[in-house]
Design a protein around this ligand. Sequence first.
Ligand code: MEV
Length: 456
Amino acid sequence: MLTQNEGMKNSIFNKKFAFMSKVVQGFSKLSKSEKIDWLITHHFHKDESARGLITQYWHNDEKLQGLHDDFIENTVSNFFLPLGVAPNFKINDEIYTLPMAIEESSVVAAAAKAAKYWGNRGGFRTELLGEEKVGQIHFCLPASYDRLNPFIEKIAPQLRQDLQDITKNMEARGGGIQTIELRDKTTALPHYFQLHVTFLTVDSMGANFINSCLEEMAKRLKVYLSNDAQWQEEAKDLEIIMCILSNYVPNCLAKATVSCPVEALEQEEGMSKRTFAEKFVRAVEIAQKEPYRAVTHNKGIMNGVDAVVIATGNDFRAVEAGVHAFAARDGQYRSLSNAYIEDDQFYFELTLPLAVGTVGGLTKLHPLVRWAIDLLGQPSAPQLMQIVAAAGLAQNFGAIRSLVTSGIQKGHMKMHLLNILNQMNASDHEKEKAVDHFKSHTVTHAAVVAFIQALR
Ligand code: MEV
């Protein structure tokens, strides 16, 4: 029998061993099936059902699977999200059906409902407020801004010229480098400057283009400083810290608006149209003033935004980061949307920074992304920005409307009902009965479980 001390030592050893056995060298060099073998052995106690689960999601078409395998490193399977569509989006008098990739039960239904609501009231009006993208060279140099700035202004035309190999195609499409500006950051960090560069990237999101331009520009900056007699000494201390695009794009904006006379709003249960409009406006004002509410309010907007951004193969992390920074641009995190009543007219509007593309990246590679872009009629990037803004506004409208009337859970749980039934492995017959029953009863997890158990 082990003493308590020995038992403890053993358990520490076992834990350490278990931990060590999960460390692997050269994993990326293994074939896909070797990777899965390793996972099943080291993380699933050799349980073959874990292999079955992961391989079940492979595509039958090897070529298509190969395409997905190559998107990232260490692909072992595909992770499915539902792709839904929200029809009847009237945007600037055109009708769109929006592709939405999202797992949350009620989002597509809410988008479709809001699209129908506003489709009957003139639809969404959208506009492009800017297309400017940003990249920065962050560098340190022991110099004064007043001396460095004229030098940068002098070499800026030459820098543009030097980048012609990278920029000429983009320029032919109407884009390229817009401005090159030295920014003095020395009060934030000693010797810290930025070359703040703005770009137009036309229909591409532009990340690769921007980063290539910046890296080449940084090399040239170093050469010009070193070769200039007046800068040779300081140039030895030049430190290029990094060159990278910024996902904060406050001048790459799309705005979506809906509006109608208060009296043309739909009659909500238990309140006048004016009360509904005023309550709605107050709810948005609360999100303007109160960060706890603003975060959830904006999350509702991003339900619609991300779903379209993902379906169209765009970088939703970039969009999310940029949008939330924009929501806090005056120092406090606030609602991205705005609502008001003026002369008995109800207005609801949303302005979003959106760096999205319809060419390049996944748009050519992923067959479903191609399909989604075709579904939208192959929009330009500025058009896609406006469609995404409309999706965000629709989603926000649907959420606020529910919140200030019936409450969010009614619609949410109605859509969630099928998830609960699936968790319980309900048969088609049971599902049919449950859906019918819960048309007139409140859906809660406990109520659904009780209903199905009673049936069984
Ligand atoms: C849920 O995904 C989104 C909402 O919480 C948004 C909101 O509260 O405005 C319903």
